[in-house]
Design a protein around this ligand. Structure first.
Ligand SMILES: [Zn+2]
Length: 432
């Protein structure tokens, strides 16, 4: 069945039984995102079962325990029962960093970069972020929404049930609002959960070259207030780096977000090192990329709930030899999440298992650490950990079923999709 056309099936109850491994990620003792040795604690139940009713998880345990559930005994005939023998069931992935509102792949960039062209040469050849801007500005909201929906459906096929989706390829007030409306329209048709982010401060658009402060004013006094008033986003993101926005501009945008009741997150340390300390007073939900970060800042992050979100797909696709120093962050006690950074320029993948595979091979994270970073810690970075990212009674019924016997295979079989079923807020979908 094609991804775009597949229908999602609503059900009242879903019972997954006989799972070879059920990764609950459940832990009731310590609050906050997982860090250090805790990243390896997956809460595995052998021969596991999960009962979901009305979009919520109501019962988790062994298959034997689940079949004793009193409600289930009376209602078994009304429940969709799924045999997961020989399979792994885990919380649906939380992809906490994506840029899905774009029109076309950036093939000029791809080819020119392979030939060794610089960023400037790529722009001259008609590639670069500005080629994405032109198309998004010209394209109607419904057409953008269709693009976003296709990506969401494909993500679900690969086990993702919660997605953070950023605007950021419009960079005018109208086209940023249009991008967020497109995200909202796509999300309303998708049974999973979408958390929207305004990334009006992605780059300084050409019209404001040499006067970035004027553009920052527009972000602060027009985009943020309008987005907040219409509740089009939960977060404001800034690309803080050389060639994008300065730390001072970033703090100014964060302050505007705070005034309007929006939480903040930022692209930090991708190309160069920025001191994080000045931003901590805004309690950012996440600093993303983090290729360049100093030891002092690492120590400070270790005492906070701000999550470091690593996106190794970007390093891979840009052909970089260096990857973020995940071990340094983990050993210091910084909570880590993994995300795809799905975008047309530097990380055109929707696959969380691919991001996990790269985390294992290039950042030396263990397969267990990768699972935690791709589920519960992603949920923390989106401030939805009370509902998402682990399998526990009362949480949203978001599950992924992989046709593998051992969870370590999820990151092992790179480049192939072993996800056979996803449950999104109780709605069962199967790509295969
Ligand atoms: Zn990004």
């Amino acid at each position: 069945m094609s991804t775009a056309k597949r229908r999602f099936q609503p059900t009242t109850g879903v019972l997954l039984v006989n799972a070879g491994e059920l990764l609950t990620l459940h832990r009731s003792d310590k609050p906050g995102p997982r860090r250090g040795p805790d990243l390896k604690n997956l809460g595995i139940v052998k021969d596991g079962a999960v009962l979901c009713v009305g979009g919520k998880i109501v019962c988790v345990g062994t298959t034997k325990d689940a079949l004793r559930d009193r409600w289930l005994k009376r209602n078994r005939g009304r429940v969709m029962e799924i045999d997961c023998v020989g399979k792994v069931v885990l919380p649906g992935f939380v992809d906490s960093h994506t840029h899905p509102v774009f029109v076309s792949p950036r093939l000029v960039d791809f080819e020119k970069r392979i030939e060794g062209a610089s960023y400037e040469q790529i722009a001259v050849a008609g590639g670069g972020i500005r080629s994405s801007l032109e198309a998004v500005r010209k394209t109607a909201k419904n057409a953008l929404a269709a693009k976003v929906f296709t990506a969401l459906a494909e993500m679900a096929d690969h086990g993702t049930t919660t997605v953070e989706a950023k605007s950021g390829y419009g960079l005018t007030v109208e086209s940023e609002l249009k991008s967020l409306e497109a995200i909202r329209a796509a999300a309303s048709r998708w049974p999973g959960t979408v958390v929207a982010t305004l990334l009006g401060a992605h780059v300084v658009p050409k019209e404001f070259e040499g006067c970035s402060q004027k553009y920052v004013e527009i972000v602060c006094t027009e985009m943020i207030p309008r987005v907040a008033r219409r509740k089009l986003a939960q977060f404001v993101d800034v690309f803080c780096d050389k060639g994008a926005f300065t730390p001072e501009e970033t703090a100014q945008i964060f302050a505007a977000a705070e005034r309007h009741g929006l939480s903040v997150r930022a692209h930090m340390g991708q190309l160069s090192q920025t001191f994080l300390e000045p931003f901590l007073r805004f309690s950012p939900a996440s600093f993303d990329h983090m290729d360049h970060v100093n030891d002092d800042d690492i120590q400070k992050l270790a005492t906070r709930d701000t999550v470091a979100t690593l996106v190794p797909g970007a390093n891979y696709f840009l052909g970089l030899k260096e990857y973020p120093k995940a071990r340094r962050l983990i050993d210091a006690g910084v909570p880590l999440a993994l995300a795809t950074d799905y975008n047309p320029g530097t990380s055109p993948t929707i696959s969380m298992p691919m991001a996990m595979s790269l985390a294992c091979t290039h950042m030396k994270m263990s397969p267990a650490e990768a699972v935690t970073a791709a589920t519960i810690n992603g949920a923390w970075s989106l401030q939805v950990a009370d509902r998402k990212g682990s399998i526990a009674a009362g949480k949203d019924a978001d599950l992924a079923v992989f046709d593998v016997k051992d969870y370590r295979e999820i990151a092992y079989w790179f480049g192939s999709n072993r996800c056979v079923m996803t449950v999104l807020n109780g709605v069962v979908t199967s790509g295969n």
